[in-house]
Design a protein around this ligand. Structure first.
Ligand SMILES: Nc1ncnc2c1ncn2[C@@H]1O[C@H](COP(=O)(O)OP(=O)(O)O)[C@@H](O)[C@H]1O
Ligand SMILES: [Mg+2]
Length: 228
């Protein structure tokens, strides 16, 4: 490289000095259901803040019904917020709590479909897909339809589809709920490999035992995030 700007290029700043890949502030969400006189309103988020830096694994922890999925759905744009802002840079992979899969399609067909939706080159998609099969250990199911899969294998496919485009930012909503111990270990190995490559992960968990696997944790309490 002889380009002038290359010769004066400074070393990359430490992670803490880099701008966030995701920043959400003052997120407010109230669910409204039914019609008068049976109208119900349920305030779930009352000003939640959250940010993610490059190269960190952050946990979002809270009791059942505290609003973790609501917040993550808002972060990925799958749900409208009442107020607040979300800014994000780079490619996002999202693994919803309830797998969104097609019963009649095989695992391979899912990767094919999602690869096209992500605009991936076929050979890149195949390499990534085979890597995911090997890492999560479900290559034997590649030609099976989703309707034949166990809950655990569905969870692997759900996670695999989020991983497929090698996103800068991964948002995972209780991704390992259906995993056996071996897959659970492989999952955490995978998250560390991604983190060390400068990617960021936000993971919803309700297991207190996972605490030491995160670089940082937000507790979701009374509709607000509290940095632990
Ligand atoms: N679409 C909806 N309409 C009405 N209430 C909802 C809806 N989705 C979730 N809720 C309620 O909002 C609260 C937070 O839900 P959720 O974000 O799924 O919590 P978590 O993921 O922390 O378990 C719960 O009380 C839940 O029943
Ligand atoms: Mg949830």
């Amino acid at each position: 490289m002889t380009h002038a700007s290359e010769s004066v290029k400074s070393p990359p700043p430490p992670p803490s000095a880099r701008p966030p890949v995701l920043e959400a502030s003052d997120i407010i969400k109230t669910y409204r259901t039914g019609w008068w006189p049976r109208r119900r309103t349920k305030p779930v988020l009352r000003g939640a803040d959250l940010h993610l830096l490059p190269g960190e694994i952050v946990g979002l922890v809270g009791e059942n019904g505290s609003g973790k999925s609501t917040l993550m759905n808002i972060l990925v744009g799958a749900l409208n917020r009442d107020a607040g802002s979300v800014t994000q840079s780079g490619l996002v992979g999202f693994c919803p709590q309830e797998p969104v899969l097609y019963e009649r399609l095989t695992c391979d067909e899912h990767f094919e479909l999602f690869g096209r939706a992500y605009g991936m080159v076929e050979s890149t998609m195949q390499r990534s897909r085979d890597d995911i099969y090997a890492t999560l250990g479900f290559a034997e199911w590649r030609n099976a339809r989703v309707e034949e899969l166990s809950g655990g294998t569905r969870a692997k496919l759900n996670l695999g589809l989020a991983l497929l485009p090698d996103p800068d930012l991964l948002l995972l909503d209780e991704p390992y709920a259906g995993f056996d111990w071996d897959t659970y270990q492989r999952f955490w190995q995978l998250t560390r490999t991604r983190r060390d490559a400068g990617r960021s992960l936000l993971i919803i968990s309700h297991f207190i035992t996972d605490a030491d696997r995160f670089d940082r944790i937000y507790d979701l309490i009374d509709g607000r995030t509290v940095a632990r």
